[in-house]
Every structure is written in structure tokens, then in C-alpha cells.
Design a protein around this ligand. Structure first.
Ligand SMILES: [Zn+2]
Ligand SMILES: [Zn+2]
Length: 84
């Protein structure tokens, strides 16, 4: 999603395991989630130069989201996912 590389894979052939991807919220209202590499996720939230292209929410929205989530855990929005 971020680096447009393939999901990183550990090992070869049948024993290959896809390395863990991190869930990143692009938006909270409506909910939009992308799956990124751990490294890419760090880049998105880089303190010096965050990739604002991938952060389309206000800090306020985020807080509201997690507050509401406690009450309604079943709300699901758009989930963009890697086809593995
Ligand atoms: Zn990546
Ligand atoms: Zn994130």
C-alpha cells in the first residue's frame, strides 16, 4: 500500500510465511483501514515528516472513535486489504 512492494515473506515455498502487516487507520469516519508493513507504518507516523497523505483524520476524530468503540464494537467500515 505504501511502498507498493509485495508483502514481505519469510522463507520459501510451502513454508513461506507472510510477515505481519500492521493495521493503519486512514480515516475514522467512515472507517478506512489499510494494511502496511511495520517499517512503512513507522514512516507514516514519522515524528519529523509524517506521511499526511495516509493520515486523513484529525486527532479529535481518533479520540472520538475509540470512545465510541467501547460502546459499539461491531461497527465496520471500508477495509482495504492486501490480496495475499
Ligand atoms: Zn511497505
Ligand atoms: Zn497508523
Amino acid at each position: 500500500m505504501i511502498c507498493f512492494g509485495k508483502p514481505e515473506v519469510d522463507g520459501d515455498g510451502d513454508s513461506a510465511r507472510t510477515l505481519k502487516l500492521i493495521k493503519h487507520h486512514m480515516k475514522y469516519k467512515p472507517e478506512e483501514i489499510i494494511w502496511v508493513h511495520y517499517r512503512c507504518h513507522q514512516k507514516i507516523h514519522d515524528a519529523d515528516s509524517p506521511l499526511t497523505q495516509w493520515i486523513q483524520y484529525a486527532e479529535k476524530e481518533k479520540k472520538l472513535f475509540y470512545k465510541n468503540k467501547k460502546q459499539d464494537d461491531k461497527t465496520l467500515g471500508t477495509i482495504a486489504k492486501w490480496k495475499l
